[in-house]
Structures are given as C-alpha cells and as structure tokens.
Design a protein around this ligand. Structure first.
Ligand code: PLP
Length: 427
C-alpha cells in the first residue's frame, strides 16, 4: 500500500526531533489513537509502550478529557493571560496547590517543560537579586540529569547528553556534579557545596528517576540529603517532576516518597493526560514573597503568549478528575508488579547489564545498543512502539494499559533482545 499523498508531499519539508535526517529511517504515519494503541495509515496497529513520550497516562482519547476539551473548545479555546484570568486556569491552580506538599501554592503556567524549567531558573536567580544577595546566580545540577533542550536548560543537563562540548561558549556555564548516593559521593558533594554555595542559588534535580538521561534511579534518602544540604547552605531546591509527576513513580509526586518539600517544582508531560501542551512552575510562599515589592524591577518578567491556554487547562482539570475518580495509583502498583515479573527474565540474556522497575517505569539496560533505530524497527515489526535510546530499552505505558497489552510489550522486549543477541553472537 502506497503512502498517503500528504506524507509524500510533506515529508521533504519536515525536520524531525533527535534524528540524523540523512540516515534516519522513514517515520511512521499515524492516523489514529485509542487506549494504548496507535493506528498507522497502512492499517497496522501498534501497542504503545511509551505513552507518547510519557504523557498519555490515562491512555489515548479518554472520553472524560475529550468531553471537557470539547466543552471548552465551544466556549473559549484561548484568551490571553496578561491582565485576565479564567476558570480553567484558576481551578487548576487551586487544585495543584492543594495536591502538592507544603506551601507550594503559586502556579506560573507555560507551554512546555523546558520553558517551565527556564522559569524556575529565572525565579531562583531573581529571588537572590530581589533580596540583594549578590553573585548567587548559578545552578547546581547532576550528571545523568535532563531538564530540557533550550540553551539555558541544556547547561544543566548531563554534560555529555546535553552536548556541552558542541555548544561550549554559548551556554551559560553551570555546575554539574555527581548525586550524593553513597558515603564517598556525599562527601564530595558536601565539599563542593561548601566551596561554591556563595555563587549558587539553587540545586535542581529530577527526583527518584533521571529520565531522558538514561532512566537512572536513586533512593528517597538522596533527596533528603539534598534537602538537608540546601537548608544548611541557604540554597533553593528545585525538583523537576516533569517526568515523575502524576503517578509515574508510584506516588502522585516523587518527592512525597522522600517526605520533602522543594522550594520550586516543575510539572508538564502528564499534566493534561497527554492531550495538550501545558506546563507549570509552582513556587513556595517564601519564593513568591521575594517578588513582592514597590520596585517594578522586582516583578517576574515572563509571559508566554499561550500561557494558561484554557483548552489545555480544561484538559488538565479533567485529567485530575480521573486521578480522583479512578484507582490510578493502584493501577501503577499493578503495572510495577507485572513489570518486575515479566522483565526479570531479560536479566539472563547476553548483553543485558541491568533490569530495574519503579512504578510504571520498566528498564532493561544493555551494555551497548549499536543501532537504536534498527532495534526500534524490530519492535515495530513485533507490533509494539518502543523507543530505545542510548543503551536502554524501556517501558512507560499508560496506567490504563490492559494486562495482555503489557504482556505483549514485555514479551516483545524479551524476544527481540534474545534474537538480537543471537545474531550478534553469530558474527
Ligand atoms: C521532558 C522533560 C523536560 C522538557 O520538557 P519539554 O516539554 O520537552 O520541553 C524537562 N525535564 C524533564 C525531567 C523532562 O522529562
């Protein structure tokens, strides 16, 4: 069956993400989604193992979100947020404030995760400026971290993943160190913070799981250590829960497992249940209060054109309804059990370095993946949508995925990795 005309006509004009366009395999043509399934224009159907880059936590086309989106579309799809507010944004802000721990209660909306992190960085820097604390402008971030693709956020990503060498000189220099995981790294971390605290405004970390940097896990104790250190040295703690927020790690927010409250938190990905672009940077009262002043320069000068888009906020409210009315966290717990059982056999396969699971995140780490794109193609031929990157194959399914669909995903991983290795051994 030949490709649709829009595909042939449009593809020469598209620049794809994270792809070497010269060699990248032709992208799939999607025509419809439903539940955990993606339908392609040639009639094939794939089971989605990544829930649209970790966003579609209730599955695709959930009728409740759709109903709210349709109602909002009919009344007010968008209106500017400068000097004007509306019900979906304010309802969402009060709900997020009530759900989040401590006094995280001021919500600043943006339309992507990277920008939410940039806003958090600007808040943390201007917090010092407004308080007359001179020279505390740097961020302290961690190896293995990922916080976005814009220039400022790249600088706080893992230096290798963030391609710091390629953009050296144009990105602001930031501090990127090892997470304080054990005695040695904790001592090194403490020594670093003691020396540099005078020039640092905030520590930023993805709590419990460093996602795009390689699905690396750490324990709640690491987060408590960071909170303690931040308090001791007068630093702000920013938690980037763009990936971990909304149930992914087993609790509504990852920070709840550590019992800590960050000074600023960033949210996006699953915020609208994977339907619309929306992000939020939420600040604690003391951060917000540093911006209250008679000096006009003390205001937060930021305002994306589409911030607080009513349609997106309506979808986010509908998504929160579903977290309240359905047993989503129990579903995550059931997925966690199933992923443990079903991925564990992969540990015995040659080339497999580690198998790890947290909440609805299942990871098979390989020694090396020579050609992630070729591996993806193999998964597609097995009827599943799984996107290996670096040296990992992972699953982040919708929380509503059916047990047989999840089984198909884990079986495909085991089968593909087993036969892939068999081939490598033949050579
Ligand atoms: C995806 C992600 C971002 C960036 O979000 P975008 O919407 O892609 O800009 C930032 N931080 C974390 C932890 C993420 O997973």
């Amino acid at each position: 069956m030949s490709a649709p005309d829009w595909y042939e006509a449009g593809l020469p004009h598209i620049w794809l993400p994270y792809a070497q366009m010269k060699t990248a395999p032709a992208p799939l043509a999607a025509s419809a989604t439903h539940g955990s399934r993606i339908t392609l224009t040639d009639g094939r159907e794939l089971i989605d193992g990544v829930a649209a880059w970790w966003t579609a936590c209730h599955g695709y086309n959930h009728p409740h979100i759709r109903a709210h989106a349709e109602a909002q579309l009919a009344t007010m799809p968008h209106v500017m947020f400068g000097g004007m507010v509306h019900e979906p944004a304010l309802r969402l802000a009060s709900r997020l404030s009530a759900m989040l721990p401590g006094d995280l209660e001021r919500v600043f909306y943006t339309d992507s995760g990277s920008v939410a992190v940039e806003v958090a960085m600007k808040m943390a820097i201007q917090y010092r400026i407004n308080r007359g604390e001179v020279g505390r402008v740097k961020m302290l971030a961690f190896r293995g971290g990922y916080h976005g693709d814009t220039l400022a956020t790249m600088a706080i990503c893992d230096p290798e993943e963030g391609m710091h060498h390629l953009f050296a000189g144009v990105m602001p220099a930031q501090h990127v160190v090892d997470l304080p995981r054990d005695e040695t790294s904790t001592a090194a971390f403490e020594a670093f913070v003691t020396t540099h605290a005078h020039e640092i405004t905030a520590i930023i970390v993805e709590p419990l799981v460093q996602g795009a940097g390689g699905m690396l896990f750490h324990s709640p104790a690491v987060l408590r250590r960071l909170r303690e250190s931040a308090d001791r040295h007068g630093l702000l703690l920013i938690l980037d829960e763009i990936f971990t927020g909304f149930g992914r790690t087993g609790s509504m927010f990852a920070c709840q497992q550590a019992g800590i409250v960050p000074d600023i938190i960033t949210l996006s990905k699953a915020l609208t249940g994977g339907t619309m672009a929306l992000a939020a940077t939420v600040a604690r009262r003391h951060v917000y209060e540093a911006f209250l002043s008679d000096n006009p320069e003390h205001a937060l000068m930021h305002g994306p054109t589409f911030m607080a888009n009513p349609l997106a906020c309506a979808c986010a409210n509908a998504s929160l309804d579903l977290f309240e009315s359905t047993p989503r966290l129990e579903q995550v717990a059931a997925i966690e059990t199933a992923l443990h059982e079903q991925l564990e056999p992969c540990r015995a396969l040659p080339g497999v370095k580690d198998v790890r699971v947290m909440g609805a995140i299942g990871v098979v780490e390989m020694d090396k993946i020579n050609d992630p794109a070729a591996l993806r193609t193999r998964f597609i031929s097995e009827g599943v949508w799984i996107r290996p990157f670096r040296n990992i194959v992972y699953l982040t399914p919708a929380f509503t995925i059916q047990p047989d669909e999840l089984r198909s995903l884990t079986r495909a991983i085991e089968h593909v990795l087993a036969t892939d290795n068999a081939k490598r051994n033949e050579r």
